[in-house]
Design a protein around this ligand. Structure first.
Ligand SMILES: [Zn+2]
Length: 212
């Protein structure tokens, strides 16, 4: 069965239109509700694509039936999204909304992993002041270079599961720049996975990391 016939078999019984897939799809809207299952483990309820991690809810305007589907399916079947006032968005704005919601899901997951690693560290390292770090994460969503350097060192030393790419660094203020300038080469090298492309360019420009 093709993805279109699978979709028809799944969506027609839940729609007012009973025969024509394209007509039935017009009755459905992306509601703006989405979930992160943390691991890819569900099937798309529309096309039956396996191992969906991010579920997006679509709802029928007439029957109020709902389905949890992958974001690709919403784009592929041209299902329109609605804005906060319930107005239907055009194809362009729908795509933008879905991309934005996907980014938010990914970013929220990143923050959850970070908090989990910080809590694990606080359990084994009593000298570690977790509150100031959580505070920083909530207020700025980014850490100063010395904070990240210290954290990565502690995570490695105490074998705490973490992903350096989950960190965001801020090097806007002079205090933060001064911290980088005082660091040794191995410390800066350790920060590289956390840096954005423009931050890497800054480090190269300032000659903080000799070219290898
Ligand atoms: Zn699908």
């Amino acid at each position: 069965m093709s993805w279109a016939s699978r979709a028809a078999a799944n969506i027609l019984p839940l729609s007012r239109e009973q025969d024509d897939l394209a007509a039935a799809l017009h009755e459905w809207r992306y509601t703006g509700d989405y979930h992160d299952l943390e691991t890819p483990r569900e099937d798309c309820e529309l096309c039956e694509h396996a191992d969906i991690r991010h579920q997006f809810e679509i709802k029928n305007l007439h029957t109020a039936n709902t389905l949890l589907v992958g974001s690709e399916c919403i784009n592929r079947f041209n299902i329109a999204a609605t804005d906060e006032e319930g107005r239907t968005l055009d194809a362009d704005d729908t795509r933008k909304k879905i991309a934005k919601d996907r980014r938010k899901l990914i970013d929220d997951a990143r923050r959850r992993r970070l908090v989990k690693a910080l809590v694990a560290l606080a359990h084994v390292d009593k000298a570690f002041n977790i509150h100031s770090f959580i505070d920083y994460l909530q207020k700025r969503d980014a850490f100063m270079p010395m904070q990240v350097s210290t954290l990565l060192w502690r995570f490695d030393r105490l074998a705490i599961d973490h992903n350096p790419r989950d960190f965001k660094l801020t090097i806007k203020r002079s205090r933060e720049k001064a911290q980088l300038e005082k660091m040794s080469e191995w410390q800066i090298k350790r920060l590289l996975p956390c840096l954005s492309p423009s931050q890497r360019a800054y480090i190269e420009r300032e000659g903080l990391l000799p070219q290898t």
